[in-house]
Design a protein around this ligand. Structure first.
Ligand code: ADP
Ligand code: MG
Length: 718
C-alpha cells in the first residue's frame, strides 16, 4: 500500500464532506480512547494500508447474531433457561455475610405474580445499591434460571429505570470481540457510528431495489447495528444483501474505470531481437516448463502490441515466476529501453537481485538495486545511472516510486505482489513510464479462484503457471494433534542430525490475551532448551528490519537449524535447504495461508514435510481444510476449495485466510450478485462514462465509501 499512500492521502481531501465523519478515527466516538482503539484495531477488519480504525471500519464490523430480549413475561411466566426482560420492584438487598465474600450478593425483586433473586458474585456493593434502590421499579434483562425452587437471574445484562426503557436493546447485536473488549462497548460505539451516517444519494436503480425489497444504504446499516428483526442481520437478509451488492458494484465500477482509462491511452510496441534472451537461455541451468513458455509467449505478444499491457502472472510459490519476469524484462532491454521489478519488501528485493544477478551478468544485462536502504552517495549514483540509461534493469521496493527517481526510458514494469493482495489501485502504477507508457506485469503467488480474479482484477489478462518445474519432490503433509508434539520433536532430532532445517510457525492468536509474539517467544525458548540456543532462531514482525535480516541470513546459511516465526515468513525468503514446516494451531489458519506457508519448503533436494499441529477436537471445516492440505499441493484447487469452505458470510475468515478481503460481499448468492454488478457496471459506464449524471454523481459517493479512490481520481484527471 505504501505505493499509493500518498495518493490516498491527497484524495481524502476530495471526498464528499458528508462522508468526513465516517473516515475520522474511532476516537472521535465518545467513550473510545487510545486503549479501546487498540482493542478495536484487533477486532475490526482494516483495509490494507490503514493502521488506525475509523468510524467506517466499525460500521463494517457486522454482528454475527442477536440476543433476543423481546420476551417480557411476568415472573410467574418466565421460562427458566431463556433470556427475558422483566419489569420488577426491588424488595430488599442481602449482602453476603462478613468474611464470606465468595457468597453472592442477592437482591430480591417481585412483580404481581411472583418473586425472583438477582445474583451478583464479587459484587461491588455501592454499585448495586445505586442501580437497584429498594422500593423502586426497574427493568432487568438477562437469563432466567431456576435454582433449587427459586427463580433467579445472575448478573443481569441490563438494569434500567422505567424512564430509560428505550435504552434497552430488545434485539441486541452480538459482535465478534477480542479479549478486553466487551459487547456493550462495541454496541455503544457502533450505534454512535450509525448516527454519524448522513443521508447519501441513492446510487442503486429504484426498480432494482424495489424488486429485491432492499432498504436504502443508511437504513441497511441502521438495521444491521440496531436490528428490529433477526433477519436484519442475516447474511441473506435484505440489509446484508444490499450492502454486498453495493460493495461488488463499487468494485466493478472501479475496475471498469481503470480499464477504460488504460484503453484510452496509447501504449507502445516493444519488441526485441532475441539476443539477450538467447544469452539468458544459455545461462539458465534448466529448460523452461511449458507453462513458462506459454506465459512468455503471451507476454511477448502483449508487449509487441501498440497498447498498454496489463497482465497478471499467477503461479504457486516455486512455480518459476521469477525467471519468466527476467526473460520478459530482457525483451524491454533488447528494444533499447529499461525494465523495473518492484518487490513488496526489501528482503524480497534483495533476494530477486541475488537470483537474477548471476544470470544477468552472463547475459550482459546491467542490473541495479534501489530500496529504502540505498542512501546518500550510493543512491545518487544509482539515480544517475538510471536516468542516463546505464542501468537496464532496476530491482527495488516502493522506493522506486519516489518522485526523484527518473528513468531514461522505462518500458516494462513487473510488480511482485507475493501474497499481499493488490487492490484496484495497483493497476494504475504505469504512470512512471511517462508519455510513452509502460507495460505492466503483476506477479502473484496467491492462486485466485476465477470468480475472484474477476472481482479483484476485472477482465485483466491472466497467465497461469500450472506446472511445477521438474524434479520437485512432493511435500509430505500430515496433521497431528498437539498432544503428539513430543513425538514430533523426537523425529526432528533425527532429521536435524541429517542436516535438515525447520521452519516452526506459531499460531495467530485472536481473542486471547497472549499475542502471537508471546506464543512464538515461548516456543522459541522451549525449543532452544531442547536443541540448544545456538541452533534455534526467532523471527517476528515486531523485530527491526536488520534483526530480521540477520535471523533470516543465519537460517539461510545453515547456522540456525530451526527458525521459530510468526506468520511473517509468509512473505518470505527462499531457503532451499529448509525441508520441514511445522505449523502450530493449524486449525486457525485458512487454507490459502496454510498453502502459502507450506510453499516455503520443498525447494531443495531433501524430502520435505509439513506437519500441521492442531488442537483437538477439530471442527468440521477445520478438519476439511487440513485434510485438503494432506491430499493436494495444487494451489488453484486449494483456492477453489477455500472459497467453497468459507462459503458466504464468513467475513472474518477472509482476513485470516489471506484471500482478498471483502467488507460485506461474502454473502449467500455472491456469484449471482457479482455477475449482476458486473453487468450493471458495464451498462452504467457505457451510458455515463464520466459518471456525470445524477446517478453517476451518487455512484462517486459509493466509490468513496468503499475506498476505490484511485478510480475516482481517474475520471477527475480525465
Ligand atoms: P516463484 O517466483 O514462482 O516462487 P521461482 O522463480 O523463484 O518461483 O523458482 C523457484 C525455483 O525453481 C528457483 O530456484 C528456480 O531457479 C527454479 N526454476 C524455475 N523454473 C524452472 C524450470 N523450468 N526448471 C527447473 N527449475 C526451475
Ligand atoms: Mg505493448
Amino acid at each position: 500500500m505504501a505505493f499509493l499512500s500518498v495518493f490516498v492521502e491527497a484524495l481524502a481531501n476530495m471526498r464528499p464532506h458528508e462522508l468526513t465523519p465516517l473516515f475520522a478515527s474511532l476516537q472521535s466516538l465518545s467513550g473510545i480512547g487510545p486503549r479501546l482503539l487498540l482493542l478495536m484495531k484487533k477486532c475490526v477488519n482494516l483495509p490494507a494500508g490503514i493502521t488506525e480504525p475509523r468510524v467506517m471500519d466499525l460500521l463494517w464490523h457486522l454482528p454475527t447474531g442477536v440476543v433476543d430480549r423481546r420476551a417480557e413475561p411476568s415472573i410467574a411466566d418466565a421460562v427458566p433457561g431463556s433470556i427475558a426482560t422483566l419489569k420488577v420492584r426491588v424488595l430488599k438487598h442481602a449482602a453476603p455475610p462478613r468474611g464470606k465474600s465468595r457468597a453472592p450478593y442477592r437482591v430480591r425483586v417481585e412483580d404481581d405474580t411472583g418473586k425472583l433473586d438477582l445474583i451478583f458474585f464479587h459484587a461491588e456493593r455501592k454499585f448495586i445499591e445505586r442501580q437497584l434502590p429498594v422500593g423502586e421499579e426497574r427493568y432487568v434483562s438477562g437469563r432466567v434460571e431456576r435454582y433449587t425452587d427459586k427463580l433467579q437471574m445472575t448478573h443481569p445484562d441490563y438494569i434500567v429505570p422505567p424512564e430509560a426503557r428505550d435504552d434497552l436493546p430488545l434485539l441486541e447485536p452480538v459482535y465478534p470481540l477480542t479479549a478486553g473488549l466487551s459487547g456493550k462497548i462495541v454496541q455503544k460505539a457502533a450505534r454512535q457510528a450509525v448516527d454519524k451516517l448522513a443521508p447519501v444519494p441513492e446510487w442503486q436503480e429504484p426498480t432494482w431495489l424495489a424488486k429485491r425489497a432492499w432498504p436504502t444504504f443508511d437504513e441497511a446499516l441502521q438495521r444491521l447495528h440496531r436490528p428490529v428483526d433477526a433477519d436484519d442481520i442475516s447474511a441473506s437478509g435484505p440489509p446484508c444483501q444490499r450492502l454486498a451488492y453495493d460493495e461488488l458494484l463499487a468494485g466493478q465500477i472501479a475496475l471498469a474505470l481503470v480499464r477504460q482509462n488504460f484503453k484510452n491511452r496509447p501504449g507502445r510496441s516493444v519488441t526485441g531481437d532475441g539476443s539477450v534472451r538467447t544469452r539468458l537461455s544459455a545461462a539458465l541451468p534448466f529448460k523452461l516448463t511449458n507453462s513458462q513458455r506459454e506465459a512468455l509467449r503471451e507476454i511477448e505478444a502483449d508487449m509487441a502490441a501498440p497498447r498498454r499491457m496489463l497482465r497478471l502472472l499467477q503461479g504457486d510459490v516455486g512455480s518459476g515466476k521469477t525467471v519468466v519476469a527476467l526473460i520478459a524484462m530482457a525483451i524491454a532491454v533488447e528494444s533499447g529501453a529499461q525494465a523495473a521489478l518492484m518487490a513488496p519488501t526489501e528482503v524480497l528485493a534483495r533476494q530477486h537481485l541475488e537470483t537474477m544477478a548471476p544470470l544477468a551478468e552472463q547475459a550482459g544485462l546491467r542490473i541495479g538495486l534501489l530500496t529504502g536502504r540505498e542512501k546518500g552517495r550510493i543512491r545518487t549514483e544509482i539515480l544517475k545511472r538510471l536516468a542516463s540509461g546505464e542501468i537496464d534493469i532496476i530491482i527495488g521496493t516502493h522506493a522506486l516510486f519516489q518522485p526523484d527517481v527518473l528513468f531514461h526510458d522505462l518500458a516494462f514494469a513487473v510488480i511482485d505482489e507475493q501474497h499481499r493482495f493488490g487492490v484496484h489501485q495497483r493497476l494504475s502504477l504505469q504512470s512512471k513510464g511517462g508519455a510513452k507508457g509502460t507495460d505492466v506485469l503483476v506477479m502473484t503467488a496467491t492462486p485466485i479462484p476465477r470468480t475472484l480474479v474477476m472481482t479483484h482484477y476485472g477482465d485483466l489478462d491472466v497467465s497461469r503457471l500450472t506446472e511445477k518445474p521438474p524434479g520437485r519432490k512432493p511435500i509430505v503433509t500430515r496433521k497431528l494433534p498437539t498432544d503428539s508434539m513430543e513425538k514430533l520433536i523426537e523425529r526432528l532430532r533425527s532429521q536435524l542430525a541429517e542436516g535438515a532445517q525447520v521452519y516452526w510457525v506459531c499460531p495467530l492468536i485472536e481473542s486471547s490475551d497472549v499475542s502471537d509474539l508471546a506464543a512464538a517467544e515461548e516456543r522459541h525458548a522451549h525449543l532452544a532448551q531442547i536443541f540448544g540456543a545456538e541452533n534455534v532462531g526467532l523471527l517476528h514482525g515486531a523485530m527491526a528490519a536488520t534483526a530480521k535480516d540477520a535471523a533470516m541470513a543465519a537460517f539461510a546459511d545453515g547456522q540456525l537449524k530451526i527458525l521459530v516465526a510468526t506468520t511473517v515468513i509468509e512473505v518470505g525468503v527462499n531457503v532451499p535447504n529448509a525441508n520441514i514446516m511445522v505449523i502450530e494451531h493449524a486449525e486457525r489458519f485458512g487454507l490459502a495461508q496454510l498453502h502459502q506457508l507450506r510453499g516455503r519448503v520443498g525447494r531443495g533436494q531433501r524430502e520435505s514435510f509439513c506437519m500441521l499441529l492442531y488442537k483437538a477436537p477439530l471442527g468440521e471445516t477445520a478438519r476439511a481444510r487440513l485434510e485438503m492440505m494432506e491430499e493436494t499441493e495444487d494451489g488453484f484447487l486449494i483456492a477453489e476449495k477455500d472459497l467453497e469452505l468459507r462459503g458466504g458470510g464468513e467475513v472474518l475468515g477472509a482476513r485470516q485466510s489471506g484471500t482478498p478481503g471483502f467488507r460485506v460481499a461474502e454473502v449467500p448468492g455472491f456469484a449471482d450478485l457479482l455477475e449482476a454488478a458486473r453487468d450493471d457496471a458495464r451498462m452504467l459506464l457505457a451510458a455515463d462514462p464520466m459518471l456525470a449524471t445524477p446517478r453517476g454523481q451518487a455512484l462517486r459517493t459509493l466509490l468513496y465509501i468503499f475506498e476505490c479512490d484511485e478510480a475516482v481520481r481517474l475520471f477527475r484527471a480525465a
